[in-house]
Design a protein around this ligand. Structure first.
Ligand code: GLA
Length: 745
């Protein structure tokens, strides 16, 4: 995360944004630099960045207390000293006071950020402020237990462009014995007092990820979580809270956050007895344990949080911008996603040299830039019963190795990508026969299989070395530009019998840390290789893995209509710039739905375009159409992948329509996609009112799919497109249209 507050970037960005009319309404405060200050007289810290202000203070009990989180305030606004909230016999002050980081002890009854068991049986920890330092704009506050040598450093790092605050906690054992961390979080976000809050979050399952949920926040607790060992699709580690009254996507205050962690995780949203709403996030406390030895430190995953004054749409745009400019590999200029072809839905496990070469030729003719061979190329892999773990090229399918295919792909001006699933093993594999002890297991208990496979214990140093070793070798021996890194089951029996019993639960943390460290090391040693995070679809998408991967696979569900909902949900926390989206067969295997090729393309063009169909089956007309759509995509891809997304009509609640608009960062192009599920009676498609344009600039409209209504002017002002709006000639079932607005002055 970069602090570019002192660069010219903010000024340049805002100069452009003022000219587009955006700056005045959305990001005017970006011109003001980010600052982090401490007022020693009131013992108050104040962090200002972009359009938000965050204030915390040390109260009379030495607790660190949230004083404000919201829209950026005037530099001179007063902040009196923090004062602990009073308590009674049942609800003690410790629980009532909105603390930044609370340990379990001193009678705490709300969700703790830290719970420790010491070897002598003591489980009470009470933290008080010790000292702090400010380095640039990064604030570190050091707390210590009232009697034991347990130190906690809370770190706050603001992002100058978006105001997103990155928080973490480091626990340090300076006692003379090990202790067990039973629960730990990066910190707690405390919202302003209120009783009308609404929580948004995401739920899902395989081939049905990214469903947006909304519920009023009532007294009690909602836990979003994964107990699966990795991120999971049941919930995604993201939340957004606003006032129940807001109805417009782009209006109102929104507080949001996301965890950067790809292991089991939890985010607890709690409204306490005093009607205060607090959000605590970190590794999942269920079955958790981390033995911290004398002298060791434990740093939590990052918990990012932000504030938008421009509704949930504004919150998404801040996250998208943050991901691209400050989080993804190669930020602030990650490469645009190439148009990709993937063999999975075309050939399944039945890959071989001539078959893949034939597909590569067809893909290249369409304008595809990257050819990816999916599952089936290695070991004894004929189906999903065997082969995982044996990462040598299957000699029957590729008698001359991968080189002839890779050379062919290169000769067609595409780069080459390969599917791997490094953390898994089939019991029917040489690796498992040799190392049955390498999987997660409890001795003497069954090893539950999922998709006929077991999970390698990546926390083990020998497993980590094996996984890194075969990937490094594969990349050294073959000219591979891209890995699709898959992960196709959840954990079961998460035992680690090779280590002493009191360290076994370290597996929850060490597995994920080793996963990240392998990705980091591969990137360092193979800097031109890009990586996609896939987990049977979108089960491992989070701000942790996105630090190491260039794109993600949101779902195995490639039905272009289902995808509208999936992509819509995905876009709340994550940028379409990393969202791979393939055009596949019709009717689709998912639900036997038939959709036109144009509809399928338009749906996929809302993200990073890929093609996953069997091109041998496409007619000459279809191949021609596809070639046109690929070329069209290349002319809008920078806007779609980097621009500012407006969800004009969401497909939520079974809406008959769905419309998105993306405005390029330079303001010169806006791209709109519109989809109709089905017309009823003689009704028209709702008028589309664009957003994010410059009222005074002129834009010309061009439909590249479907038709604008006959009376649409060829050119008009931003004010016209935003306030008068335009109509589409869209009727029937599963219809789609797309148009650009191009700025002419
Ligand atoms: C997972 C992925 C698919 C495909 C298969 C291969 O399900 O999500 O895209 O790669 O594995 O087995």
């Amino acid at each position: 995360m970069k602090d570019r507050s002192k660069t010219k970037w903010g000024l340049i960005a805002c100069a452009f944004l003022v000219s587009t009319g955006l700056c005045a309404s959305t990001v005017v405060a970006q011109t003001a630099p980010a600052t982090t200050q401490y007022d020693a007289s009131s013992r108050v810290f104040r962090i200002d960045a972009a359009d938000s202000t965050y204030v915390l203070g040390i109260n009379e009990n030495g607790q660190l207390q949230t004083l404000y989180w919201g829209k950026r305030l005037s530099a001179n606004d007063p902040f009196p000293a923090a004062k602990a909230t009073s308590g009674g016999g049942f609800d003690l002050s410790t629980s009532n006071t909105p603390q930044e980081f609370v340990s379990w002890g001193g009678g705490l009854t709300v969700e703790p950020d830290l719970k420790i068991t010491f070897p002598d049986g003591n489980r009470d920890v009470v933290l008080k402020y010790v000292s702090h330092h400010i380095d640039g704009n990064t604030l570190s506050v050091i707390m210590k237990d009232i009697s034991r040598e347990v130190y906690v450093t809370l770190e706050y790092q603001p992002d100058a462009e978006t105001g997103i605050l990155r928080r973490s906690a480091t626990i340090e054992n300076r006692t003379d014995a090990p202790f067990t961390i039973e629960q730990v979080a990066a910190g707690t976000w405390n919202l302003p007092h209120g009783t009308d809050y609404r929580l948004r979050y995401l739920t899902g399952g395989w081939a049905a990820e990214w469903n947006l949920q909304e519920q009023s926040i009532h007294p009690g607790k909602t836990i979003l979580e994964s107990r699966r060992g990795t991120t999971g699709a049941q919930n995604n580690p993201w939340f957004a809270i606003d006032h129940n009254v807001s109805t417009d996507q782009d209006e109102g205050s929104v507080w949001f956050g996301a965890l950067g962690w790809s292991g089991s995780w939890q985010i607890a949203i709690e409204q306490d007895m005093k009607q205060q709403v607090r959000v605590t996030g970190g590794p999942n406390a269920f079955d958790f344990g981390y033995l911290l030895k004398k002298g060791e430190k434990f740093t939590t995953p990052y918990f990012y949080g932000g504030y938008s004054a421009h509704g949930i749409g504004g919150a998404s745009r801040l996250l998208h911008r943050f991901e691209i400019d400050s989080l993804l590999p190669h930020h602030p200029t990650p490469k645009l996603r190439p148009v990709l072809y993937n063999s999975w839905e075309a050939t399944g496990f039945d890959v071989n040299e001539p078959g893949q070469m034939a597909l590569a030729e067809k893909a290249a003719n369409l304008g595809v830039e990257r050819f990816v061979m999916d599952d089936g190329w290695f070991g004894g892999r004929k189906n999903d019963h065997a082969g995982l773990g044996d990462w040598y090229v299957n000699p029957q399918k590729f008698p001359h190795g991968l080189k002839p295919l890779i050379d062919k792909v290169h000769s067609l001006n595409m780069d080459f990508g390969l599917w791997v699933e490094p953390e898994m093993v089939n019991p029917d594999s040489d690796l498992y026969r040799k190392h049955p002890d390498w999987v997660l297991n409890f001795p003497g208990r069954p090893r539950t299989e999922g998709r006929n496979q077991l999970v390698l214990n990546l926390a083990r140093p020998d497993v980590r070395a094996y996984v890194y070793g075969f990937l490094d070798k594969l990349l050294k021996e073959n000219d591979i530009s891209f890995l699709k890194w898959d992960y196709n089951r959840n954990w079961s029996e998460p035992g680690w019998p090779a280590v002493p019993q009191d360290q076994e639960k370290n597996v929850y943390v060490d597995f994920t840390r080793n996963f990240y460290s392998i990705l980091a090391e591969l990137r360092q040693n193979h800097p031109n290789v890009e990586i996609e995070s896939c987990s049977g679809g979108g089960s491992r998408v989070d701000l942790g893995v996105m630090q190491y991967t260039d794109e993600v696979w949101p779902s195995d569900n490639t039905d272009a209509y289902d995808r509208l909902q999936i992509q819509n949900g995905f876009s709340y926390p994550y940028t379409p710039g990393v969202m791979m989206a393939w055009v596949t067969e019709s009717p689709t295997w998912v639900n036997n739905r038939t959709l036109s090729l144009e509809y399928r393309f338009l749906s996929s063009m809302q993200g990073s375009l890929g093609i996953g169909a069997n091109l041998n089956k496409w007619t000459p007309e279809e191949l021609t159409k596809a070639t046109q759509m690929v070329a069209q995509y290349k002319s809008i891809r920078e806007t779609v992948q980097r621009g500012e997304l407006y969800r004009l009509i969401t497909p939520e609640n079974n809406s008959e329509q769905s419309v998105t608009e993306t405005v390029s960062r330079d303001g010169k192009q806006a791209v709109t996609f519109a989809f109709l599920h089905s017309s009823t009676e003689y009704s028209s498609f709702p008028r589309i009112f664009l957003r994010g344009l410059d009222e005074n600039a002129m834009y010309s409209a061009h439909a590249f799919a479907g038709k604008l209504a006959g009376d649409t002017p060829a050119q008009a002002s931003g004010a016209y497109w935003m306030h008068h709006g335009l109509d589409l000639d869209l009727r029937g079932d599963f219809q789609a249209a797309a148009f650009t607005l191009t700025r002419s002055n």
